[in-house]
Design a binder for this molecule. Structure first.
Ligand SMILES: [Cu+2]
Length: 151
């Protein structure tokens, strides 16, 4: 119901104040079935005329979801929680990709397997909540794997 009201509010407000976020090509890796964490990758595109900011995420299949960046220092890969979110200028795109930014799913509450689809809600400063389906695809994007993996 709350979602419906949000949609109505956006429709009433019209395109001037409504931020439009497009989420493309969302997929997740969980490492192995039963792993406690996963990472979501995707492309965000701000189709609106105003800037926006990704400020959080949540999923019904994880106890917490955080925006992370990846840093490599002295050959050690570490992840950092981006607490102030990700800026999306009007018309700009931001890629969440392996080895870079991602949405970390922490405390998975379900045993997930390749091909499963899970919901992810992205929370934007202006656009509000945007929920997308994320497909578990562990083989995708591995170094040397040659891009998209077909089942
Ligand atoms: Cu992470």
């Amino acid at each position: 119901m709350r979602k419906l009201l949000t949609v109505l509010a956006v429709l009433i407000a019209g395109p001037v104040s409504a931020a439009e976020i497009m989420v493309m090509d969302a997929y997740a890796r969980i490492g192995r079935p039963g792993a406690p964490t996963g990472a979501v990758f995707m492309m965000l595109h701000n189709m609106g005329a105003e800037e926006d900011r990704l400020i959080g995420a949540k999923s019904s299949i994880a106890r917490a979801a955080q925006i992370h960046s990846t840093e490599v220092k002295d050959d050690i890969v570490s992840m950092r929680h981006i607490e102030d979110g990700v800026q999306l200028d009007a018309g700009a795109a931001h890629e969440f990709a392996r080895g870079g930014d991602h949405i970390m799913l922490m405390g998975l509450t379900e045993k997930l397997n390749d091909g499963d689809t899970v919901p992810l809600t992205l929370i934007f400063e202006n656009a509000g909540e945007v929920t997308v389906d994320v497909t578990i695809d562990n083989a995708r994007g591995q170094p040397g794997h040659g891009g998209k993996h077909n089942h």
